[in-house]
Design a protein around this ligand. Structure first.
Ligand code: BG6
Length: 484
């Protein structure tokens, strides 16, 4: 009963972002368009979750011809492109050990298929990594975070086309070579499960261009799996000690009731989610997917050698995002609530965020134990956090006790999981500085310790300020998770 779990020395405390949600400058210094640049802002009352991130060929036509009058918040971000020095200084003030960002692929290869990389794009990330190095902050770099270059969509329908693999591997090789002395931790595809939920956001795939969109999703996913393995191979050749992680939006799913039918349904839903990490870590498609593919008329087209590639170059560590847990029932009863990537049944034991995501810190301990039992690989929690409305007081302060409470409860359960024996490399809070929401393109859905003065309509000074959670997180890091 005296047992006290502790974070290990060298634990990577920090935060995580994505280029398209922070940088802005979408057409500066030679950058080409990417999938994220096509996502329009749709006000809350006109929105269904799907239309916010799936894009049709008709929308693309309207956008490219200039007919559309919409705003594209992911083109603006929070102007990190010009303010990164100030922003990194603030992260350093909190004592960050690690900072996750993505390289916006279309800054490096503007169309995706270009012969030569764009030097200005490469230089930008050199500047970022040098700035982080000043403060001893370890970069954790995602190669693809919903940022497939539009050129690849035009030419191959994004990841639905096999050709995209080669372009990705060339891009990966280019950045590994360029940043070999600056970046050790890499992640191939952010939330690789996204391509099966929104093929456009997850893979630059325009569904209405496909005869069988369901097939195209899984074919695109297969291409991403192969590309990830080939990138891992290159990484190990180019950067000794370089580590590649996969990235899963983990949806830990509980049965709605003890009815065995619900238990079975929850098991199937968990398999459907763990399928992605199974391939990445074990290097082969799990058997349970055969039935799913057969029942859904999906036939993955593999080239000779694909299976060997997957088997030979699995990932070095498992990174994942965790925001909430899910609930499944065999019968379509029960009230539904919104969630990250997918909706869920309402769990009567849990509270939800203002966006309906069900808050479940113990579920994080469960998820960590499950993942570690299954793979016996180091884990890295690279996204977790609470999207919430913040109120700026007259004196400029922001009292975000709800955020502190969410984060401290999750960190506490993470510490317990370490006590259970889980090998966890680090913790990266999502959106340490307010950024554009992935699912809704809102600014008002804020995750940050640092407030950014910008609203949903794009108005504001962009000034940065510290919320109450800023000082709190600083102390968490300083005490290596002792003071929560
Ligand atoms: C994850 C994504 O799904 O969740 C991030 O990797 C995203 O890009 C985060 O921002 C939070 O989701 P949202 O929709 O609240 O921005």
């Amino acid at each position: 009963s005296q047992f006290k779990a502790k974070f290990p020395q060298g634990f990577l405390w920090g935060g995580a972002t994505a280029a398209n949600q922070i940088e802005g400058a979408f057409d500066e210094d030679g950058k080409g368009l990417s999938a994220a640049d096509f996502v329009e802002y749709i006000p809350k009352n006109e929105r269904t979750k799907d239309t916010a991130i799936e894009v049709t060929s008709e929308q693309i036509r309207r956008i490219l011809s200039g007919e559309s009058t919409a705003r594209y918040p992911k083109r603006e971000g929070i102007d990190f492109y010009h303010r990164y020095k100030e922003d990194i200084a603030l992260l350093a003030e909190m004592g960050f050990k690690a900072f996750r960002l993505s390289i916006h692929w279309s800054r490096i290869f503007p169309n995706g298929y270009d012969e030569m990389p764009n030097e200005a794009g490469l230089q930008f990330y050199d500047n970022i990594f040098d700035e982080l190095a000043k403060y001893d902050i370890e970069p954790v770099v995602t190669l693809s975070h919903y940022e497939t270059p539009y050129g690849l969509t035009e030419k191959y329908n994004g990841w639905a086309g096999r050709e995209t693999i080669d372009h990705f591997v060339r891009y990966a090789e280019t950045v590994f070579t360029r940043y070999r002395d600056k970046v050790k931790y890499w992640i191939s595809f952010n939330e690789i499960n996204m391509i099966t939920i929104s093929p456009f956001t997850g893979g630059g795939v325009v569904s209405d261009k496909e005869k069988n969109p369901e097939q195209a999703k899984y074919q695109g996913l297969h291409h991403q799996f192969v590309a990830s393995s080939l990138a891992t191979k290159k990484l190990h050749e180019i950067i000794p000690g370089g580590q590649m992680g996969c990235m899963l939006a983990r949806m830990s799913t509980y049965p709605f009731t003890p009815n065995p039918e619900d238990v079975l349904k929850a098991q199937q839903d968990n398999q459907a989610n763990l399928f992605f990490t199974d391939v990445h870590a074990r290097g082969e498609y799990p058997k349970y997917m055969d039935r799913f593919f057969a029942e859904n008329g999906i036939e993955i087209v593999k080239e000779t050698g694909d299976d060997e590639i997957l088997k030979q170059y699995p990932v070095d560590y498992i990174s994942f995002s965790y925001y909430m847990s899910m609930l499944s029932s065999a019968s379509p009863e029960g009230e539904v609530t919104e969630g990250n990537l997918m909706n869920s049944l309402k769990n009567p034991y849990l509270q939800a965020s203002e966006w309906g995501w069900q808050i479940d810190p113990i579920g994080l301990r469960v998820a960590l134990n499950d993942l570690y039992d299954r793979y016996q690989l180091p884990l890295f929690l690279v996204e977790n956090g609470l999207g919430a409305y913040d109120k700026v007081e007259e004196d400029g302060s922001i009292h975000d006790s709800y955020r502190i409470s969410y984060l401290s409860k999750h960190i506490e359960q993470m510490r317990e999981a370490i006590g259970d024996g889980v090998d966890l490399m680090g913790y990266l809070a999502w959106g340490p500085i307010d950024l554009v929401s992935m699912s809704t393109s809102e600014m008002s859905k804020r995750y940050g310790f640092i407030y950014v003065d910008k609203d949903d309509e794009g108005e504001g000074t962009l000034a940065r300020s510290r919320k109450d959670s800023f000082q709190w997180y600083k102390e968490v890091i300083e005490s290596n998770g002792e003071i929560l």
